[in-house]
Write a protein that binds this ligand. Structure first.
Ligand code: SF4
Length: 482
């Protein structure tokens, strides 16, 4: 090869490396800017993560509506349980929805594989749906009631050749006393009764990791009602070290199947629910450092446990921490944190090389955080005994269908409501963090709109398309493995 040829080849390889190690993908940057421009002004705060760090969460819909539990409340419409579980339909629809999300919302996001109960899918169909989500640049998370066997999990995790088909699995597991149907505990009298089931769920993933090397991320979801709100602190105290890295609390809303509305959910005050979570964590949970959409919808506190005490990664009452947050958004907003590790290191190195002051900012933040957590010695000792656990607390408040339907109808007409309650619903919908895709109409809608407005019709149509078989369907998650 001539010298000119070699120089050209070298130049093109360097250009490729330059593109690959850019801290933020230009397409991701454009998607973030679009999301920021769409946000209503009341949520464009210095703490807002939408449009700065992420485009928001995504969820599937209408891909496997059926569930084998009967919870009170249930967000699915009354027809959902008359729809057959059909793996081919699931995989095809997931593929369509995520391809559309990819085209509109850019190359990276977190997508929830959600609908009815995910473990009613065969392990292979479940895996195919997760792989479809990954193919479109998304980090999938399966939503489950957690009542499946280790054999099911292993068959999901391993391909036909017996080797892992994923590097990591993420699950959000719903455990609380509003649920009916768990094997061995059809109906829990108290949240504490569910602890062995929570523990068993986490143990399955520890075993999977030990036997097959798969990493995992587990979130614990709990629907909060007036009947179980007082039990939140005990749930957090009992379960924070089981293996979960997120506790998400959903105050119940009047949405979905009205036959399953059991109490007056309007009695749930968000400040009271959050105070109960704080009581369990043994700490104030600063939720205004990172804002995800509208604070009336979401509260998020990011931190970690050292033994039995939780500490925030950033304290909203510390000006230096807020400055660190601002620098994080400015210089690292849009970085794809799930990129392969060596690539991530190179990208971060480029950010640091261009902004050397970030190094000392990061070191000062680390020293403040260690001091808050009791000092480096204490944290290191806890690390050695595996008693440092990253933990994010979330509260997500779905809205009542009665408010969402008229609020959305007016928004569709381009009108803002006069009624303050509907206006609040509109503001929250406009700042929604949790989106669902409709490729057939080219729309992306808030999950509240999906559940309150679109699900009933969609499930009626699915009931026609996928009628239940005459004989009951076998449940793959409970079948014995040959
Ligand atoms: S789904 Fe509803 S409650 Fe959740 S962020 Fe969107 S508008 Fe708010």
């Amino acid at each position: 090869m001539s010298v000119v040829g070699m120089a050209k080849r070298l130049g093109s390889s360097l250009a490729q490396l330059e593109r690959l190690t850019r801290p933020v993908d230009p397409e991701a940057r454009r998607a973030l800017e679009r999301r920021w421009a769409e946000l209503p002004s009341h949520v464009r705060t210095p703490a807002q993560t939408l449009g700065r760090m992420a485009v928001g969460c995504e969820g599937t819909h209408g891909v496997f509506p059926r569930c084998n539990f009967t919870c009170t409340p249930c967000y699915h419409s009354r027809d959902a349980n008359h729809v057959r579980v059909d793996g081919a339909h699931t995989v095809r629809e997931v593929e369509r929805q995520v391809a559309f999300l990819r085209s509109v919302r850019g190359p990276h996001a977190h997508t929830q594989l959600i609908g009815g109960e995910v473990s009613l899918l065969s392990p292979d169909d479940h895996a195919a749906a997760l792989l479809a989500i990954r193919r479109h640049g998304r980090e999938p998370m399966s939503f489950t009631h957690g009542d499946f066997s280790y054999e099911y999990l292993e068959r999901l995790a391993l391909g036909p050749d017996g080797r892992p088909r994923f590097r990591r699995l993420s699950f959000a597991a719903h455990f609380d006393t509003t649920m009916r149907g768990r094997q061995g505990l059809r109906r829990a009298a108290s949240e504490t009764d569910l602890n062995p089931y929570r523990q068993r769920f986490c143990e399955m993933f520890k075993r999977l990791r030990a036997e097959h090397g798969l990493r995992y991320f587990l979130a614990h979801n709990m629907t909060v009602t007036p009947a179980n709100v007082e039990e939140i602190p005990q749930v957090v105290r009992d379960c924070h070290a089981m293996g979960f890295n997120m506790f998400s609390f959903q105050p119940a809303a009047f949405v979905g199947d009205e036959r399953r509305w059991a109490e007056d959910y309007r009695l749930l005050d968000p400040d009271y629910v959050w105070a109960k979570v704080e009581e369990g964590a043994g700490a104030r949970l600063p939720y205004e450092v990172f804002q995800t959409g509208d604070l009336r919808c979401n509260r998020t506190a990011v931190g970690f446990y050292v033994k039995d005490r939780w500490y925030p990664v950033l304290d909203d009452q510390d000006e230096a921490d807020l400055a660190a947050r601002d620098a994080f958004f400015t210089y690292l907003g849009g970085v794809h944190w799930n990129a392969p590790f060596p690539l991530l290191v190179l990208r971060l190195a480029r950010v640091l090389a261009a902004n050397p002051a970030l190094g000392s900012l990061a070191l000062k933040w680390l020293s403040r955080t260690l001091r808050r957590a009791g000092g480096a010695k204490k944290v290191l000792r806890a690390l050695a005994s595996k008693e440092v656990v990253p933990m994010t607390f979330v509260m997500h408040r779905f809205m009542h269908a009665k408010d969402v339907a008229p609020a959305w109808e007016l928004l569709e007409q381009g009108r803002l409501a006069d009624d303050p309650r509907l206006l609040e619903a509109q503001e929250r919908l406009q700042a929604c963090f949790y989106a669902m895709a409709h490729p057939e109409s080219g729309r992306i809608v808030p999950a509240c709109v999906q559940h309150a407005v679109l699900d009933p019709q969609e499930n009626q149509e699915l009931r026609q398309l996928l009628p239940l078989p005459r004989r009951p369907q076998a449940n793959p998650s409970r079948q014995a493995v040959p």
